[in-house]
Design a protein around this ligand. Sequence first.
Ligand code: SAH
Length: 232
Amino acid sequence: MTRAHPWHATILTLYPEMFPGPLGASLSGDALARGAWTLDARQIREHGLGRHRAVDDTPAGGGAGMVLRCDVLAAAIDSVAPDERPRMLMSPRGWPLTQARVRTLSEGPGIVVVCGRFEGVDERVIAGRNLEEVSIGDYVLSGGEIAALVLLDACVRLLPGVMGKVASGVEESFESGHLEYPHYTRPREWEGRAIPDVLTGGNHAAIARWRRDEALRLTRERRPDLLTREES
Ligand code: SAH
């Protein structure tokens, strides 16, 4: 499938040199080089104030750290020509990122991503520029850049033609509502551990059943929250 426009990511950050970073290698890097997606990492500081191009200030109400100014961030966001792309803010208190959201994003025109730093961003710009707050997990990073790279990687690998085999995109963890079954490859025996017989027996129905059971077992054990009531 070819698209009229490649999937386009615009990143607003104080560290544009962090992009594409690891996404410049491997499948995402090849896809970037051949124009299957495009990346524009922009420096928020270009919209900073005064001689020092200040982007942050002390928190209203006091407390430690600094907060990214809403006027500076809004100017950076407004410098991106408005289009259909959702505007996201990487944030530890955002909506947890899911594979379903990633899939929807990858099927759209692209994303605009704001990377926070310091204690975070002035609350008013979130509503004022309609930013969708997204978290990549329940831990705190020092900035939004690595979170943005995670979001980008998850989206880009789903773009048409980026992954070798289309099938590998649909059977994985989360797509089915549970975790993926275990994988094995040669050698058949290694350090006294053998590949389960069912996988080398050639009975495809039995293999499918084993994989479904293992996926269910692992999900019950590690992520019971993913299971619907009837399965658990
Ligand atoms: N004081 C904030 C943490 C700020 S961390 C709090 O306690 O919630 C600085 C920046 O790193 C954030 O603005 C955000 O852009 C990014 N960040 C940190 N953890 C993140 C996570 N789990 N998911 C997405 N972005 C995160």
